[in-house]
Design a protein around this ligand. Structure first.
Ligand SMILES: Cc1cc2nc3c(=O)[nH]c(=O)nc-3n(C[C@H](O)[C@H](O)[C@H](O)COP(=O)(O)O)c2cc1C
Length: 314
């Protein structure tokens, strides 16, 4: 399996949805950066469920503990180990459907690939793991902010509250689009030809569960533009990246999330024996996962730029 992200600023994440804890080991962070559990917690609280009536009512505490790599409030340059205990799991919700492959989930492909899987809450395929990315990303964004004034801001596109309410009433779910803006990104980041900044950003975003699309700058709209429009000086239609290298202009991206696969509306599904039946997914699910994703998107972007910054400055 692939659980390590980055080349110089590496983040190794571990843990499953219904295991005892999840966590990350961050290696390559320069010494002397002020970091505290309280600081990391600000970002974890943005991802935490139960923040609004429109997200899942699961009550994941998501309290982070720093186990290593920080002394007297500052990073020491050694591996930073972060742990978040899992609380409020309802494993029984999954027991009844353990032999059924939940539509839209990784259940069937995990079984097919590994021959064995943790069926509780999706195990490793669960987006619970993204809490560890947020914790690690908070370190990267602080470093970049102090060094270069870089700011990461992601928001859910459009007014989707009513659509979410309607979907929820119908025991269904909806998708959503997130707009990411990176202000003051460091200049000259990106390593042609394979580690282009936009390629790494796309890879990072598409590694977030439930993502189905990525655009940078004008994205798909660029295909409909004239060269004379797209090239216009000062209009930044490229989204701040040329030939894979950052120009120092703001970076704009859009990320599409699919509708939450777990819905209580009855759906046709397959089981381990290949039989087809109807299942209704119990449990407390997000009617729109995009609502909780902005901070995850910001964190992945920070991890990409931090890694490239170290490559550029070495
Ligand atoms: C922040 C976040 C929260 C999520 N919460 C849920 C959830 O409550 N229920 C669910 O079925 N899927 C949820 N998902 C999506 C699934 O994890 C994902 O669709 C599934 O693991 C299959 O992966 P794939 O969609 O990338 O193919 C969430 C995703 C994110 C990013």
């Amino acid at each position: 399996m692939s659980s390590i992200f980055g080349k110089l600023f590496t983040v190794s994440t571990w843990g499953e949805s219904h295991g005892e804890a999840i966590g990350a080991v961050v290696d390559g962070c320069p010494a002397g950066l002020e970091i505290s559990e309280e600081y990391i917690q600000i970002f974890l609280d943005r991802r935490r469920p139960g923040q609004s009536a429109l997200t899942t009512q699961r009550k994941e505490g998501d309290a982070v503990k720093i186990l290593s790599g920080v002394f007297e409030g500052k990073t020491t340059g050694t591996p930073i180990s972060l742990i978040i205990k899992n609380t409020d799991q309802h494993s029984a919700d999954y027991e009844q459907i353990k032999d059924w492959y939940r539509p839209g989930h990784a259940d069937e492909v995990y079984d097919s690939k590994y021959g064995f899987r943790d069926y509780r809450g999706g195990g490793r395929s669960s987006a619970r793991e993204t809490a560890t990315r947020v914790a690690a990303g908070s370190i990267a964004r602080k470093f970049l902010n102090e060094k270069c004034g870089t700011e990461f801001t992601a928001i859910v596109c459009g007014e989707i509250e009513t659509a979410i309410e309607t979907a929820r009433k119908n025991n269904d779910s909806i998708g959503g689009i997130i707009n990411l803006t990176i202000k003051n990104p460091p200049k000259n980041l990106g390593e042609p030809v394979f580690d282009r900044t936009e390629a790494l950003l796309a890879m990072a975003m598409m590694s977030i569960p439930a993502t189905k699309g990525f655009e940078i700058g004008e994205g798909f709209n660029a295909a409909k533009m004239l060269g004379s429009e797209h090239n216009k000086l000062g209009e930044n239609h490229a989204g701040g990246v040329y030939g894979g290298i950052t120009s120092g202009e703001d970076i704009f991206c859009r990320i599409a999330f699919k509708p939450t696969p777990s819905i209580s509306k009855p759906q046709r599904a397959k089981n381990k024996n290949g039989e087809i039946g109807e299942i209704s997914i119990k449990g407390r699910h997000d009617p729109c996962v995009a609502l909780r994703a902005p901070v995850i998107v910001e964190s992945m972007a920070a991890l990409v730029l931090m890694d490239l910054w170290l490559c550029q400055s070495k």
